[in-house]
Design a binder for this molecule. Structure first.
Ligand SMILES: Cc1cc2nc3c(=O)[nH]c(=O)nc-3n(C[C@H](O)[C@H](O)[C@H](O)COP(=O)(O)OP(=O)(O)OC[C@H]3O[C@@H](n4cnc5c(N)ncnc54)[C@H](O)[C@@H]3O)c2cc1C
Length: 382
């Protein structure tokens, strides 16, 4: 656990909330996953349980289905969940914030309560076959008709768990002539709408996380656009900035648990650890503490009202480094996990390889840091 209250005001209030949540958790453990139950279905049951206890959307206003508290209260809940090895609330944080910041009043009132309660699950339709890193190069096109509605055609790719979702937060181009960043708009896409085909893709390890989404003359009302035409790029950047903060995602306390296990094993087997492994564990501890300090700083900035910006690329790089080194090290410290059927460290190790890709690749984060934070010239040889 990250002991956040030490660094922020209002600590008595937060400590009270944490205690209340721990008591609730003790009486409401994560339900068993059924033998053939897909992960998103299991997580939706968990999500609904959390919501029934009042533990979802703490920082969302009451009129939109939340509890009207602060970002720090939400972070404390994610932290407690991670510290118990329990999954967080899937994808809610960042999609809810996109709707909060860019959605109209009616959209917030109609869509957010059902998103927070888990009655509607949302997926994220950003990437396309030819536009992942280069998101601005997307070609899915929402053409505004004289009567005002849109007709959408195109294809999305890597849409996580679309087959288990009711809605998609869709990005599409609404202008073929304006500069790329000003021509992308965001839409609420009901996946049951005529012309939408969701095709799951089976990954090499058997998982069915990814989907392709085909959009064939899909009719969207103007009222289904989120924000103004051209707001899609800013909305996407807000969304990914939440996706990149290890405190928002609950990753931080999950890493903390594993670090503690590594430390205990290293102390017990100090003499027999292979050469170099002790210092590798030390690097994991340092990565972790750097990430904790950084995530606290980012959270403090958000509480002070600072808008999300390119700094989230630093968050993402630090989180990726910490996660990948941690699981690589964990497999060396717990080699028995390599042979354990369904071993958690092994499956987390595999998933950690994707950390340098999802939410924007590490190379792209470095490009953003170079251009937008360090203001380096595009070609330093010039
Ligand atoms: C687990 C997982 C879940 C995902 N879930 C979703 C989802 O729900 N919704 C969604 O929309 N997307 C999702 N994605 C897609 C993800 O956002 C993209 O994979 C990512 O943005 C990279 O795009 P790409 O795969 O097209 O790779 P590409 O853009 O083709 O990049 C290929 C390689 O080239 C490098 N590269 C590209 N351009 C540059 C450059 N200018 N400078 C230096 N290097 C460069 C990249 O870093 C990468 O190594 C998910 C991905 C993963 C792994």
């Amino acid at each position: 656990m990250t002991d956040l209250p030490l660094d922020f005001g209002d600590s008595a209030d937060l400590e009270h909330l944490r205690k209340e949540f721990r008591t609730w958790l003790a009486g409401h453990p994560l339900p068993e996953r059924g033998a053939d139950e897909p992960i998103p279905v299991h997580l939706r049951r968990w999500h609904r349980m959390l919501h029934s206890g009042g533990w979802v959307g703490l920082d969302v206003l009451r009129e939109y289905g939340g509890r009207g508290l602060t970002a720090l209260h939400q972070v404390a809940v994610s932290d407690e969940l991670g510290a118990r090895g329990a999954p967080g609330v899937p994808r809610i944080g960042y999609l809810a914030h996109a709707l909060l910041e860019f959605g109209g009043e009616e959209q917030r009132r109609n869509l957010l309560p059902r998103m927070l309660s888990g009655d509607d699950v949302w997926c994220q339709g950003f990437s396309e076959p030819g536009a992942g890193s280069d998101l601005a190069g997307m070609t899915t096109y929402a053409q505004r008709q004289p009567s005002g509605h849109y007709t959408v055609n195109g294809q999305k790719l890597w849409t996580s768990y679309a087959q288990y979702s009711e809605y998609c937060l869709l990005l599409a181009r609404t202008d073929r002539t304006a500069p790329a960043h000003a021509s992308i708009s965001a839409f609420v896409l009901p996946l049951s709408r005529a012309g939408v085909t969701v095709r799951p893709l089976r990954a090499a390890n058997g998982d069915d996380e990814f989907c392709e989404l085909f959009l064939d003359n899909v009719h969207l009302e103007q009222s289904e656009r989120i924000g103004a035409e051209g707001d899609g790029w800013a909305l996407a950047m807000t969304t990914v900035s939440y996706e990149r903060n290890a405190l928002d995602t609950g990753h931080l306390s999950k890493y903390g648990l594993l670090i503690e296990r590594l430390r205990r094993r290293a102390h017990a087997h100090r003499e027999s650890l292979p050469d170099g492994l002790l210092s590798q564990i030390g690097r994991c501890v340092v990565d972790y503490h750097v990430l904790v300090a950084h995530a606290r700083r980012r959270t403090a900035e958000r509480l002070a009202g600072k808008a999300a910006g390119p700094e989230s690329s630093i968050d993402k790089l630090l989180m990726t480094r910490a996660e990948q080194r941690l699981y690589e090290t964990a497999l060396k410290v717990f080699p028995e996990e390599l042979y354990a059927d369904g071993g958690e460290v092994l499956s987390d190790y595999f998933y950690s390889r994707a950390a340098s890709v999802y939410g924007g690749t590490s190379q792209i984060q470095r490009n953003i840091i170079a251009k937008r934070l360090l203001r380096l010239p595009a070609d330093h040889r010039a």
